[in-house]
Design a binder for this molecule. Structure first.
Ligand code: IMP
Length: 214
């Protein structure tokens, strides 16, 4: 029994291996090129990719994993959202900052609120005709300037909301137990990012569901 992770990103495969090894389930990269559907919802995108891949499953009893994520900026009506990859490769992080350049306030709390955004991830696992869905959200805000160094994608401009002692995200701008102190993901280690990560939350939820499979 193998989990075939449909992704071109080996970093994601490594992360998933770490999670699923607890169940003794091997994770392998599945290099299947699915057609990206024109959907406005991460879950629909991920489900469509799974459906396209099912007929190509290497062996009966194997599983397919798909994980889709995006950055949703409140003041931009959720843009780039499901178009995050496209937005990154066209306007990039500087384009997002430009679209938001008029949104600033001297008041720190108000400024944070104007620049609210969240990362969302959906992880879907297909097994024997059934699909299990895990979702993860990481609320935060968009920085005024990029911080490079760590991570990928929109990490240079995304500042996660602080977490309370139970690991739950607080309101954007509130001070909490776990904090990057205003530093975007691009300025912190991957290990620290994992504490906040939408992807980690989505896969954890999935693991919880699989754990109940018996
Ligand atoms: P995908 O699910 O990897 O295709 O994510 C779509 C796009 O969202 C990526 O190309 C990134 O631009 C962005 N994205 C998703 N997750 C993250 C993250 O953890 N940090 C930064 N950007 C991300």
């Amino acid at each position: 029994m193998t989990i075939w992770f449909m992704t071109s990103n080996m970093g994601k495969v490594t992360e998933a291996r770490e999670h699923f090894s607890k169940f003794g389930i091997p994770v392998r990269q599945f290099e299947f090129e699915a057609v990206e559907p024109q959907e406005d919802d991460l879950q629909k995108v991920a489900l469509s990719k799974i459906e396209q891949a099912i007929p190509h499953l290497p062996a009966e009893g194997d599983m397919i994993l798909v994980e889709d994520a995006g950055l949703f900026v409140e003041s931009l009506n959720g843009f780039p959202g499901v178009y995050s990859s496209y937005a990154l490769s066209t306007i990039g992080v500087h384009g997002i900052l430009k679209l938001m350049s008029h949104l600033k306030s001297e008041d720190i709390v108000q400024d944070a609120s104007l620049r609210k955004a969240e990362f969302r991830a959906v992880a879907i696992l297909y097994k024997d005709g059934e699909t299990f869905i895990g979702e993860g959200v990481c609320p935060g805000r968009i920085a005024h300037n990029p911080t490079e160094g760590h991570g990928f994608g929109f990490d240079p401009i995304f500042i996660p909301a602080d977490l309370d002692e139970n690991g739950e995200a607080l309101e954007v701008g509130e001070m909490g137990h776990v904090s990057t102190h205003g530093t975007p993901f691009g300025g912190i280690s991957l290990e620290k990012k994992q504490e906040f990560s939408h992807r980690r939350r989505a896969i954890s939820e999935l693991l919880h569901l699989i754990g109940n499979l018996g």
